[in-house]
Ligand binder design. Sequence first.
Ligand code: PRE
Length: 359
Amino acid sequence: MSNAELEQLRNRLDEINSELLKLISERATVVQDIGAVKEKQGVPKFDPEREKKMLDKLVEENKGPFTESTIRTLFKQIFKASLDLQSTEHKKNLLVSRKTRKEDTLILLPQDVVVGGNASLMVAGPCSVESEQQTRTVAAALAKAGIKVMRGGAFKPRTSPYDFQGLGMDGLRILREAADEYGLLTISEIVDPAHIEPSLDYVDIIQIGARNMQNFELLKAAGEVNKPVLLKRGLAATMEEFLHAAEYILSRGNTQVMLIERGIRTYEKWTRNTLDISAVPILKQESHLPVLVDVTHSTGRKDILVPCAKAALAAGADGIMVEVHPDPATALSDAAQQLNIDEFNTFFNDVKASGLFRE
Ligand code: PRE
């Protein structure tokens, strides 16, 4: 074949490529329209039956020289790319997405406490509210250290049904009273949709725990109240699942949502969970919601809390959560990993001394 001949054939291919590109781009815009219709109707994007029908028809029409199997492979690839396009379009429209809202969401709490703004937040407190005395002791120490938000579990979703289950509504009352006495705000986990409304008098932030990250009825109930929500990442949840869980809350009208990375389950045994530090910049990039890191539950060990808190802040976290108990050895939950008050003060001072905690 002469060079001129080759050149001519290649020119023809270039023309066909351009025509093909025009056609697949045109096809892609139709696919996008179909995606939008499906989104409105709430039907799944993936439709294997439709794909099979299209493939069968194409194979029937195929006169070669490509084999049946090649035609199937080529078109399956086009369907796959189309599906990806429909999913990206959908992702772009999520309320939690940066694409929907460019500016950071600021959570405005009582006493002019702002989460997600210029200052870092340190949330501290006992794993469980155990008694008035224990809660007041922690509250006094936290207030003295300059902490603004105290955590304390009243409804405890424990691995074993025989472990301490929390004091329930009584625990919420104890937490509120101690917090009010020392000028603190409160955060506590709610596990039952029916408890959302009654909890509003006691908590300044509703926490939805890792085990309930995909408790959709709970997420919907939290989405219907006017109260900030701290949503924990599930033990084995991908970031996409995590953001979709947050979307449940926003889609019901409550836009005051904070995300908290608390470690994910991996094969590693030297930490309780694996702190996924990469989740911090990725979530901040993908979403406009504030991102916190729970250093206690992610690591499960006191000796690495400071470097992990520093890493979280350096990665862009808006706040840290840590557990503090007056006498961790006697704690009714998480005895091994809670800091005592002296340890907490040292921890907080070390984190502040790093310059990464914005006061
Ligand atoms: C399309 C895309 C994904 C589905 O799995 C099936 C078909 C395609 O690319 O042809 C379009 C589409 O969404 C549809 O026909 O329902």
